[in-house]
Design a protein around this ligand. Structure first.
Ligand code: GLN
Length: 498
């Protein structure tokens, strides 16, 4: 029941503190990073954290949910993992995912699908064998990370979010999914799906917990060429200082929140609409001013995302050639080695995406698909810049427009178009990339419609649990968005909202 869940949550922090105190007061087992007995290294010292299996860890395999990397052991820890280990966090597990992050329901993994641990009967159900007909999707691609947090198996988990892979599972599992601005958190050691969109994200029980992890990970990394530079971090801090100074810690007075009409797509369930409305009322009660806004290019964001992400993916996947690392085919003819290794090692969804991405990049189609998608990406970014009162620090000529009452500090939208769907509806009937029946997988793309615009714009986004559907009782998440680099406002609104 909800009360049991709350109780567990209430017990979890004291349990972590208790474990910390035991560890600190007994023998110091860490020779690598000696600690002072009796003193916690950081807020996450001794706390169990799970990691999505496309983030490299030195001590466990990093499979990307694929047969191709089934036995792959990374020679180094991803920067985010290193930061957590240095802070004393316990890396307790690697979590299942859609192969290489490609999917929205965690049904495209070589190791099987992920079940949503939430259940309306108040019990958690873990079924590794047969698939109960009522079993729901945990979302994807960070489905394992979301399920682990929702089932209280860890304090928080890291996921990756290219087009919504942290936010969608969080919505389905009734937890918080936070994707910071592109470049805020290092991508070194995150195995690439689509480099220009990939971000490391955080899954946690509430916004406060997510912020604790974010504060640890939000660091410049000179080994990631796309990491946000220290000068930019400072500039953001200075440019937004005026606004931060007037922020009331206990209310949303003076904060304007936009409601974009374009997110009211025809596929949006009525029960989600209702919770969106309730969320808006709650923000008003907290003192926020609600402003209707328009983001006219939202409708093109989903097709543009799937062209750009797949184009980048098709290029990234070329490195799995069966020779340097990963799955190798048992073949004697060298000309078949590459083809056989990829045929055996990569899953159907990955192959489908390599084909679509290669098509979009090939001569004759590049101008028709890839270039227009790039232009749409810029239009989506411009849409956001036009409605936020905070200036985009990436634009030299951008100026703050804090007193303009038609401009907003944050935006609220649904996190997903529905509650968690049945797994049986998400698994492709024929998992063959050349078959038309795989169209089911293309239909599934619509589930990302709420999350991809923020990914294209690189802005920070968070989904927070906002209630239960009156139709099926399953959790519903709402999404909050803010200007590039403005995590502070976003987390402020999310903490008060939750
Ligand atoms: N579902 C989206 C896709 O398949 C997003 C995945 C992600 O964010 N990793 O591309």
């Amino acid at each position: 029941s909800e009360a049991q869940t709350r109780w567990f949550k209430g017990m979890f922090r004291p349990w972590c503190l208790f474990m910390q105190s035991i560890l600190k007061n007994s023998v110091d087992v860490s020779t690598e990073h000696p600690i002072t007995l009796g003193q916690a290294k950081s807020v996450v010292d001794g706390v169990p954290i799970a990691i999505k299996d496309n983030i490299c860890t030195e001590r466990m395999t990093t499979t990307c949910g694929s047969k191709m990397l089934e036995d792959f052991e990374s020679p180094y820890d991803a920067t985010v993992v290193k930061l957590l280990r240095d802070a004393g966090a316990l890396i307790v597990a690697k979590c299942n995912l859609d192969q290489f992050g490609m999917g929205s329901h965690n049904v495209h993994s070589h190791f099987g699908h992920v079940n949503n641990p939430k259940n309306t009967d108040g019990h958690f159900h873990f079924s590794l064998e047969s698939l109960p007909s009522h079993q729901r999707s945990a979302g994807g691609s960070s489905g394992g990370s979301a399920a682990a947090v929702a089932a209280d198996l860890c304090f928080a988990a890291l996921g990756s979010d290219t087009g919504g892979s942290v936010r969608l599972p969080a919505s389905y599992c009734g937890i918080v999914g936070f994707k910071p601005s592109y470049g805020r958190i290092s991508r070194r050691g995150l195995i690439a799906y689509a480099n220009s969109l990939d971000t490391v994200g955080i899954l946690a029980k509430d916004t406060h917990d997510a912020e604790l992890i974010y504060d640890l990970l939000s660091k410049y990394d000179k080994q990631d060429p796309t990491s946000m530079l220290p000068s930019m971090r400072e500039r953001i801090q200075q440019e937004y200082a005026d606004c931060y100074d007037t922020m009331d810690p206990d209310s949303l007075k003076g904060v304007r929140i936009g409601v974009p009409q374009e997110y009211r797509v025809k596929e949006l369930d009525e029960s989600i609409m209702e919770i969106w409305r309730m969320g808006i009322q709650k923000l008003q009660k907290l003192g926020a001013t609600i402003v209707p806004i328009s983001l006219p290019n939202t409708q093109y964001a989903l097709p543009a995302y799937y062209i750009l992400a797949l184009a980048e993916a098709s290029s990234n996947m070329a490195r799995y050639d069966g020779m340097r690392y990963g799955h190798t085919a048992e073949t004697t003819t060298s000309d078949l080695l590459y083809a056989d290794a990829r045929t055996e090692g990569l899953g159907a969804e990955v192959k489908r995406r390599i084909m679509m991405g290669t098509f979009a990049l090939s001569a004759g189609h590049y101008e028709d698909h890839f270039l227009p998608a790039q232009k749409i990406r810029r239009l989506v970014q411009t849409d956001f810049n036009n409605v936020f009162c905070m200036p985009n620090p990436l634009l030299d000529d951008a100026v703050a427009d804090l007193s303009n009452t038609s401009k907003v500090h944050a935006i609220i939208t649904p996190g997903a178009i529905s509650t968690a769907p049945l797994i049986s509806k998400c698994i492709p009937e024929v998992d063959d990339p050349t078959q038309h029946t795989s169209v089911k997988s293309v239909d599934g793309f619509i589930d990302d419609v709420m999350t991809v615009p923020a990914s294209l714009a690189g802005i920070p986004a968070i989904t927070v649990p906002a209630g239960k559907s009156t139709v099926d009782g399953w959790p519903v998440g709402l999404q909050l968005l803010a200007q590039y680099g403005d995590e502070k406002t976003l987390l402020h609104v999310a903490k008060l909202f939750q």
